[in-house]
Design a protein around this ligand. Structure first.
Ligand code: KIV
Ligand code: ZN
Length: 498
């Protein structure tokens, strides 16, 4: 059956949005999960932009098997050579080169005439094809370009050997009908169009990214570029989970499939959320906390009588379990391990030992342990930084409406234990200040997000702390049934990463 390729750019366009920078290990973790989900292409980064980017793309190319690994490059020799080198270890590799084609970008950003842009595009594809067989060309700001110029440009790069033609809606300006017509126009009028795959790449400035991408698919696009949770510049990119589930749920209408294993969507969303610290709005389609929740009596009654009355997708299709309560105080280690494996982890024996101890501690405080709790708990285990230099051993908070919040903490640094007390604007501020006193470092706290993992007053909370110091920016995570402890642990995790 005809299928649409899923080109995931979470690690490139997604990472470009403010506050979403990821470490190399974090990118690897996401890339492995994307491979498990069977995305067709992973755009791993923009290698020439920094040595850190280059290294991350190269590691993904070395270690992640299955999808094509793509590296982004401007239409410049230095970029293309860097991308070619970074993706070299991959079994299946692609260079993705781009140049702007709209009058406003050519004149004001590039200072080039259309014929100069045309020549640069031809040359870029030629250099890329000398390095790899699979070359994608993007006409940046394609939707604000003159159609006739876009036709000429596309024809030229196909002649030079481009195998995928991407028409980005860089500024999220187009509408479904217009974008669909543009694809139909190019497919009908470009010489050689039948030899290449057309690709849609949309930004969500008007909230139309998914609708525009689907319109492109209806007009022949067979690759959609997207990100997990729709993260990306400004209002973000096309959300992968929305495209995949729209095509799956309405296969009767679109008549087209993807290769995606949709049961890994929930975990992908969780991973990207926790790694970037970018929360997912509760009413977000597919992966929002309320996406499968039925609140009104009429809806609940309908769902109980027949699920399909108000549910067009099953939560299990994206990897959520309908029966959520799984383990408790008396669950054994074997049952715990089996559940962790069912939740998609590949645990090492020492990780199971230490996570099981934590599970027992949590089970003492919380009667019911849900899948979401286990995912949070085990992800924390996997994330434990290699240099677990700082460890929070103890904390005590004194706070109240007429009391100056005071935190006392005990931290192990290497084999020494340090104790400090500090006051703050609130208990969380107090604990962070006490930690700073013990480490002697004063990083900038640029973001703190606390989210409940499940419902109820005994729920676990997950804290995400973003710290910046000496030009480095890291995200730390911590979870606990006590939100102050979750914040303290997240702060310590971030310090270890710094
Ligand atoms: O939005 C855009 O134009 C891009 C290109 C580099 C593909 O991200
Ligand atoms: Zn983009």
């Amino acid at each position: 059956m005809d299928f649409v390729r899923i080109f995931d750019t979470t690690l490139r366009d997604g990472e470009q949005c403010p506050g979403a920078a990821m470490s190399e290990d974090e990118k690897l973790e996401i890339a492995h999960h994307l491979a498990k989900m069977r995305v067709d292409v992973i755009e791993a980064g923009f290698p020439v932009s920094s040595p850190v980017q280059f290294q991350a793309v190269q590691r993904i190319a070395k270690e992640v098997e299955g999808p094509i690994i793509a590296g982004l490059a401007r239409a410049m020799k230095v970029d293309i050579e860097s991308a070619g080198k970074a993706i070299q270890p991959a079994k299946r590799k692609r260079i993705h080169t781009f140049i702007a084609s709209s009058p406003i970008h050519m004149k004001h950003k590039l200072g080039k005439s259309p014929s100069e842009v045309l020549a640069m595009a031809r040359e870029a594809v030629k250099i890329s094809r000398d390095l790899v067989e699979d070359v994608e060309f993007s006409a940046e700001d394609g939707t604000r370009s003159e159609w006739e110029f876009l036709r000429e440009l596309t024809e030229a790069v196909i002649e030079m050997g481009a195998t995928t033609i991407n028409i980005p809606d860089t500024v999220g300006y187009t509408t479904p009908e217009e974008y669909g017509k543009l694809f139909a126009f190019l497919r009908d009028n470009v010489k050689g169009a039948e030899k290449v795959i057309f690709s849609a790449h949309c930004h969500n400035d008007l909230g139309l990214a998914v609708a525009n991408s689907l319109a492109a698919v209806m007009n022949g696009a067979r690759q959609v570029e997207c990100t997990v949770n729709g993260i990306g510049e400004r209002a973000g990119n096309t959300a992968m989970e929305e495209i995949a589930m729209a095509l799956k749920t309405r296969k009767d209408f679109f008549g087209i499939e993807t290769n995606l294993e949709t049961t890994h969507i929930a975990r992908a969303s969780y991973l990207v959320k926790t790694i970037t610290g970018m929360v997912v709005q509760p009413n977000k389609a597919i992966v929002g906390a309320n996406a499968f929740a039925h609140e009104s009596g009429i809806h609940q009654d309908g769902v109980l009588k027949n699920r399909e009355t108000y549910e067009i997708m099953k939560p299990e299709t994206i990897g959520l379990k309908s029966n959520k309560m799984v383990l408790g105080r008396h669950s054994g280690r074997a049952g715990f391990k089996e559940r962790i494996i069912k939740l998609g982890f590949d645990p090492k024996p020492d990780e199971i030992d230490s996570a099981y101890q934590r599970f027992l501690e949590i089970a003492d405080r919380k009667k019911e342990i849900f899948d979401e709790d286990l995912v949070t708990l085990f992800s924390e285990e996997v994330r434990k930084s290699e240099s677990d230099n700082y460890q929070l051993e103890y904390f005590h908070i004194n706070t109240g409406s007429k009391t100056l919040p005071t935190a006392t903490i005990r931290i192990r640094i290497g084999d020494k234990v340090h104790e400090e007390t500090a006051t703050g604007d609130g208990p969380v501020d107090g604990i962070f200040k006490a930690i700073d006193k013990t480490t002697g470092k004063v990083p900038l706290l640029s973001r703190l997000v606390i989210s409940p993992v499940t419902e109820g007053t005994d729920a676990m909370a997950e804290a995400s702390v973003t710290l910046e110091l000496a030009g480095k920016r890291v995200v730390g995570k911590g979870s606990s049934t006590d939100i102050i402890e979750a914040c303290g642990k997240a702060y310590i995790d971030a310090l270890n990463r710094l």
